[in-house]
Design a protein. Structure first.
Length: 116
């Protein structure tokens, strides 16, 4: 059974930091590209960051570039999102995503709320 379980969300003041984690199971994590998406109330889900499974290439949305860092630990089947210099507009439900071939998996999300 495939599972992606996010953790690390919470309430933080603007300028603060959070580190999200996503623990994966039920598939060969090391052969999947992993990513983070987010969805704010009343808005569509949007891409945040992605890390490939081969050369660990990373990609970021312009809105988070320079503030967020995605990384992965294949030994722990876990992908991380370090979020620094958080802004109120980063408030959203953050989802973990795994992509391999035709397979796409999603977690249930973890809430991040940034107060002014």
């Amino acid at each position: 059974q495939v599972q992606l379980v996010e953790s690390g969300g919470g309430l933080v003041q603007a300028g603060g930091s959070l580190r999200l984690s996503c623990a994966a199971s039920g598939f060969t994590f090391s052969t999947y590209a992993m990513g983070w998406f987010r969805q704010a109330p009343g808005k569509e889900r949007e891409f945040v960051a992605r890390i490939t499974w081969t050369r660990y290439n990373t990609y970021y949305a312009d809105s988070v570039k320079g503030r967020f860092t995605i990384s992965r630990d294949n030994a722990k089947n876990t992908v991380y999102l370090q979020m620094n210099s958080l802004k109120p507009e980063d408030t959203a439900l953050y989802y973990c995503n795994g992509q391999g071939g035709r397979d796409v998996y999603w977690g249930q999300g973890t809430q991040v709320t940034v107060s002014p």
